[in-house]
Design a protein around this ligand. Structure first.
Ligand SMILES: [Zn+2]
Length: 388
């Protein structure tokens, strides 16, 4: 039955291109969702879309505690971005017209996650021919990327169906030998220092939000974080002020905090909140008048967590990779699996296979060579898990 992945390789590639060319910015996934829903209906599955737009395909005679196979619908690109796929030999519009190399397909989103979605559909078609099929359901999620903040996966794991799942596999990375069993948690804040403003000369000496922000940012830069568990912070956006000769009414920055360890993320979070307050106090201590309290808005939160290396799901992944002569590696990433792990459902992210790179940029490309091996890996995992 695994032969289908090779004999259907051209059809799989054409479907991947079709999916890629249906634009699906985060929050605007409905056209692509409709395509995926129709493909799953044609397999005889019971398909519906939930309130947020996730496409969910179940069996009429499904078993309890399903195994969930998933991929996300959305891409990081806006609606203005062309998503036409450039084929081998064609002039590449994403690289100043230079010819696309043999076997490569170039387009924003061609791998992340058109390759994940087509893998899910191809595996569903193959599994439907087996008696184990009734143990597996399929979910194409909305809002995985950036601003989406795992919106679709979170919603799914708030439902009875999601919480009843015994395992969750999302197809969402490029490394054929890797199992993502560790979800990197992240928190994002928009920090606003504010004042009543004023003239740079006439009101000199009043609280200046730009100095408060600078004091805080400088202290942030001094935070020491462990290499393991890997932890990071970033000031990504700094904005504010009206003109050169006015005290700014507002100075703001967006901060991104990440860690492989939920405990580390909590302690980094505490340090950062204290530093934000200290930046304010520092400036208060230097000036008189004009200050307003800083505002901290949370603009993102992804729960972190780990599916243990000795869990049945990770062990099934290892066996499947070894059966395909790949040496398993456990790695950390931030995917829909984070939301599953936070809900207590064992979860991993597996590879869409082939070769690919430059995800989240317009120079993204995909080469389907050996893709079938990664599709077999995931199918083996599902068959293995369905038996237990
Ligand atoms: Zn992705």
């Amino acid at each position: 039955m695994f032969d289908h992945f090779d004999t259907d390789a051209d059809a799989i590639l054409e479907e991947q291109i079709r999916i890629c060319e249906i634009a699906a910015p985060t929050g605007q996934e409905s056209a692509r969702g409709a395509y995926v829903a129709e493909a799953l209906v044609s397999l005889g599955l019971d398909v519906h879309q939930d309130q947020v737009g996730n496409v969910i395909a179940e069996h009429a005679l499904g078993a309890g505690h399903p195994i969930v196979l998933s991929a996300h619908l959305d891409t990081v690109f806006g609606p203005e971005q062309s998503v036409r796929v450039a084929r081998p030999g064609e002039g590449n519009p994403y690289r100043a017209g230079e010819p696309v190399p043999a076997d490569e397909y170039h387009a924003p989103g061609i791998s992340d996650a058109a390759a994940g979605l087509v893998a899910m559909l191809s595996i569903a078609r193959t599994l439907q021919r087996t008696p184990q099929a009734s143990h597996v359901i399929y979910v194409a999620t909305v809002g995985e990327e950036g601003r989406g903040d795992l919106r679709g996966a979170r919603h799914f794991f708030e439902s009875d169906l999601g919480r009843s799942a015994r395992a969750f596999i999302t197809i969402d990375h490029s490394d054929p030998a890797a199992i993502v069993n560790s979800g990197i948690g992240s928190r994002r804040y928009n920090v606003q220092y504010r004042s009543g403003g004023g003239h740079s000369w006439a009101h000199f000496g009043r609280y200046n939000p730009a100095f408060a922000l600078a004091a805080a940012a400088d202290r942030l830069a001094d935070i020491r974080v462990p290499r393991s568990p890997r932890t990071s912070y970033n000031v990504g956006v700094v904005q504010g002020g009206e003109t050169v000769n006015a005290i700014p009414a507002l100075a703001q920055m967006d901060i991104d905090l990440r860690s492989e360890s939920p405990g580390q993320l909590d302690s980094l979070d505490e340090d950062v909140r204290e530093i934000i307050e200290r930046g304010h106090k520092r400036e208060l201590g230097r000036r008189s008048g004009g200050a307003l309290d800083p505002i901290v808005n949370r603009i993102g939160e992804r729960p972190g967590g780990v599916t243990p290396a000795d869990s049945p799901l990770v062990l099934a992944g290892r066996r499947a990779l070894e059966a395909e002569e790949l040496k398993p590696r456990l790695i950390a990433a931030s995917t829909d699996a984070n939301a599953a792990i936070a809900a207590g459902v064992p979860a991993v992210a597996m590879s869409w296979g082939g070769r690919s790179d430059n995800q989240h940029s317009v120079r993204e490309w995909f080469d389907p060579t050996d893709r079938s091996r990664s599709l077999r890996v995931i199918t083996r995992m599902l068959l293995d898990l369905a038996q237990t």
